[in-house]
Design a protein around this ligand. Structure first.
Ligand SMILES: [Zn+2]
Length: 210
């Protein structure tokens, strides 16, 4: 009698693998700022929709006393990325302007560390690690795994994940906590595929054990 091959029978496994937080985890959320939300200078369609989910992640990390890092794009008024200076973007996130601030629905928890980036006039910086102290902070806290979300999938999230992987961090990509600019319609999807190819684990809120 032929044996039944059950090697491909996954019915005994949970359909959603659960992930437990450890003492070496940190949360990194990119650029939740008014200018990147609908109505802002560089508003990302649907950008506001991820805020409730990002608040869930933030509260969970706080509950576990794990570090939370928030990046802010923080430009001088003549930043090289602005069209007026020959760059690709409209003026946005000029340091301390209303557009550079987080929306009222996403006020930073007092314990969060704010990482200001792209503050030099002559340098664009999409990654949270570029010319910032983020890596030093993470190493001082013995962080080994980063949960990364925010705006935008195809720029700051993508480049932060690339650098995190290059620097040796494990990465979980919050696929329900990102939105893409999509200058080309596929940019966000391509960026997600690229991050996963680099070793980022795609996760959703329901996969995290509280
Ligand atoms: Zn910028």
């Amino acid at each position: 009698m032929p044996e039944v091959d059950r090697s491909s029978d996954l019915s005994n496994f949970p359909t959603t693998p659960m992930i437990a937080l450890t003492a070496h985890d940190a949360l990194l959320l990119a650029d939740i700022q008014n200018d990147f939300l609908p109505g802002g200078a560089l508003g990302i369609s649907g950008g506001g929709e991820i805020i409730p989910t990002l608040l869930n992640y933030t509260r969970l990390f706080q509950t576990h006393s794990l570090p939370v890092f928030l990046t802010r794009d923080w430009h001088p008024s003549n930043h090289c990325s602005f069209r007026s200076q020959g760059g690709p973007w409209p003026a946005h996130c000029v340091a301390s302007s209303p557009g550079s601030l987080p929306p009222p629905s996403f006020s930073a928890p007092p314990s969060a560390v704010i990482i200001y980036k792209a503050i030099d006039r002559d340098q664009e910086a999409y990654s949270a690690f570029q010319n910032t102290a983020l890596d030093r902070h993470l190493r001082a806290l013995s962080v080994q795994r980063l949960f990364i979300g925010g705006l935008a999938t195809d720029y700051c999230v993508l480049n932060s994940v690339k650098d995190a992987r290059m620097l040796g961090y494990n990465v979980c990509l919050l696929v329900d906590g990102i939105k893409a600019v999509n200058l080309r319609p596929d940019d966000g999807r391509r960026a997600e595929a690229e991050m996963i190819r680099l070793g980022a684990i795609p996760i959703r809120w329901k996969m995290l054990q509280s």
